[in-house]
Design a protein around this ligand. Structure first.
Ligand SMILES: C[S@@+](CC[C@H](N)C(=O)[O-])C[C@H]1O[C@@H](n2cnc3c(N)ncnc32)[C@H](O)[C@@H]1O
Length: 196
């Protein structure tokens, strides 16, 4: 077993035992197929928790030899634990863990973003999307978790992206203790050029 597998297993176990939200393996596999396809230079993640989804994405970035992750978490204890997990798995130099409200932190990012994962509180998906939109490159991949169980709370986000961009919703049966069925949505962002 590699150190990555060991840390991932430990994080998975702790999330299940302590009820810390995480993607779980089914959705993480789906997410990482898009990371592999996009070969992003910069992934931004809203909602780090203790680093489960981050570990999956970082493993793909390391394998590709390209890309880094900025991940944002409002709970400082979770952010600290996530950083310890990233470091132990050998990904410390590929990740920038930031503590704070994602809406505020995203406004401080100045680099172009070609991959976005929305996995924080549902009502903040749209404000987070709007905060990072000036940095999103044409063709950026935007993945939103919990679009099944959180659809009502993120209705503004879903209406916005579905009316403008190419979106694909995928439903999953999961074995997570707190939810048995949910969906993720992948949007391919297009810059809309306005003629003035
Ligand atoms: C579903 S969990 C993230 C799971 C993580 N992506 C994973 O799969 O391992 C959501 C996380 O978002 C954090 N959060 C909630 N509101 C936030 C906000 N406004 N800004 C940043 N993080 C937030 C929560 O503390 C929680 O840890």
């Amino acid at each position: 077993m590699t150190i990555f597998d060991e840390v991932l297993q430990e994080v998975d176990k702790r999330c299940r035992e302590e009820g810390i939200p995480m993607l779980g393996p089914e959705k993480a596999e789906f997410l990482t197929t898009f990371v592999e396809k996009a070969r992003p230079s910069l992934i931004v993640e809203c909602g780090t928790a203790i680093g489960y989804s981050g570990l999956w994405m970082l493993e793909k970035l390391k394998a590709a030899g390209k890309g880094r992750l900025i991940t944002v978490e409002i709970d400082p204890d979770r952010a600290r634990d996530a950083q310890a997990h990233f470091d132990r798995a050998g990904f410390g130099d590929l990740v920038d863990s930031r503590i704070g409200n994602a809406i505020d932190v995203l406004q401080t990012i100045t680099a172009p973003v070609d991959f976005l994962l929305l996995d924080n509180n549902f009502s903040n998906y749209f404000p987070c999307f709007q905060a990072i939109e000036p940095r999103l490159v044409d063709g950026a991949t935007v993945v939103a978790d919990n679009v099944g169980i959180g659809a009502d709370s993120m209705a503004d986000y879903l209406e916005h992206v579905r009316s403008r961009y190419d979106c694909q919703t995928c439903w999953f049966d999961t074995e997570l203790p707190w939810v048995k069925r949910d969906a993720m949505e992948v949007t391919i962002y297009k810059k809309i050029v306005r003629n003035t």
